[in-house]
Design a protein around this ligand. Structure first.
Ligand SMILES: *Cc1c(COP(=O)(O)O)cnc(C)c1O
Length: 387
């Protein structure tokens, strides 16, 4: 492994309260794996939300160097940043285009994803003023989030009076239940999207995010759009996750304290100690995205899901003790040998020993939210295997 940070950054990383390590080799291996699973279809990379918290600059560049030439971002700002790292790639902007942003699209060669009637009307006006420019068309097949109505999309395809400058390079839709392979919704959306895709014959079509890739070749069309699987997260529930973990989050132990049986820990006395205990206080809390709902007790979620969060240190899993606070979390390290841990050591919050999706489950959410909530208060470093 090569550490891609310089010495100054290394010093900061070595003493950071919270640090994130992003394994770019694991990330690009995951993308290549998804490209293989996508068969004949091309495979894009979805890098919205700062590449799911991993950093759009480094992640974008690594994925570009691995061969990705189609990217999806959510906003025009993300597209402008990505353009510097993916010079000749096609960059689609999922939230579409708004009056006042068209210059930024043109200057940075970004492709708007047109996803409402209003955007379509505005886009036609833009084309009348500026001439030919590519776009993508997002068609709703049942998600009811973004996308123009299916019948309208089909009618538009057949409309001989539409402007010749209207030139979609992609028609796309999005699955509502891709993460649940037993859902009949997948088939229904597939059938609907086949109709759309047939109406736009000769234009690339795209239906599947990460989860849809695992539904099989029927769902691949011309282009797949994985996000979470590139970053090692779980896309399909109830299926072993075949992706390599990409992100490791670690928090520094500020203090180890010994507490007698009968005492309590943290706000609300949420944990009552039944034995003499040792506790490690680490410098990460809910303001850093280590969610309060993972507390061992004293939060409503524990009445539904008894299991609170766990960290990993000195070869062992250690449970969160009491409530997670804004900047600090307490772990119960009583079961570790005395002196196994001292101030300055790091607890893995998630990574290769505690999956990000396990953290998500104990917080009552999904890995996506954990990855994209890591906040601003961490040091990040990138590692890669040597070529
Ligand atoms: C976010 C997003 C994706 C990527 O989804 P994952 O589940 O992270 O793979 C693909 N397509 C659209 C429209 C999206 O919004």
């Amino acid at each position: 492994m090569t550490d891609l940070t310089d010495d100054y950054e290394d010093d900061r990383f070595g003493s950071a309260g919270l640090r994130l390590t992003v394994d770019l080799t694991a990330m690009t291996d995951n993308w290549k794996d998804l490209a293989r699973r996508s068969g004949k279809a091309r495979t894009a990379a979805v890098v919205k939300a700062d590449a799911y918290g991993t950093g759009i600059e480094d992640a974008g560049e690594a994925l570009y160097l691995a061969g990705a030439r189609d990217f999806f971002v959510a906003t025009v700002d993300e597209g402008v940043t990505l353009r510097l790292y993916a010079p000749d790639a096609r960059i689609f902007v999922l939230c579409g285009i708004w009056p006042g942003t068209e210059r930024r699209f043109f200057e940075n060669d970004l492709v708007p994803v047109i996803s409402s009637e209003e955007q379509l009307a505005f886009w036609m006006a833009v084309l009348a003023d500026y001439g030919d420019y590519p776009c993508a068309l997002h068609v709703d097949t049942g998600f009811n989030r973004l996308g123009i109505d299916m019948d309208e999309a089909v009618a538009l395809a057949d409309d001989v009076s539409r402007p010749a400058s209207f030139a979609p390079v992609l028609v796309m839709s999005h699955l509502a239940c891709g993460d649940d392979h037993s859902s009949p919704m997948n088939r229904q959306q597939l059938e609907s999207f086949r109709r759309v895709s047939a109406a736009y014959e000769g234009i690339d079509s795209s239906l599947s995010a990460s989860a849809g890739i695992f539904l099989g070749s029927d769902y691949h069309f011309d282009l797949t759009r994985p996000g979470i699987s590139i970053y090692g997260g779980e896309a399909v529930s109830g299926l072993a996750n075949p992706m390599r973990p990409v992100v490791t989050a670690e928090a520094r132990v500020i203090q180890v304290r010994t507490v007698k049986a009968g005492q309590s820990v943290s706000y609300g006395r949420a944990m009552q100690l039944t034995r003499d205990s040792r506790l490690a206080v680490v410098s990460a809390g809910y303001a850093d995205g280590y969610m309060r709902s993972q507390s061992s007790g004293g939060v409503p979620l524990r009445q539904i899901l008894p299991q609170g969060g766990h960290g990993f240190i000195a070869g062992r899993r250690v449970p969160v003790a009491g409530r997670i606070t804004m900047d600090l979390t307490i772990f119960d390290i009583t079961d570790l040998p005395d002196n196994a841990i001292t101030a300055g050591d790091y607890v893995e919050l998630f990574g290769s020993n505690v999956a990000v999706d396990e953290v998500a489950r104990s917080a009552g959410t999904i890995g996506y939210e954990i990855l994209t909530s890591m906040g601003l208060r961490h040091e990040r470093r990138y590692i890669a295997e040597e070529e």
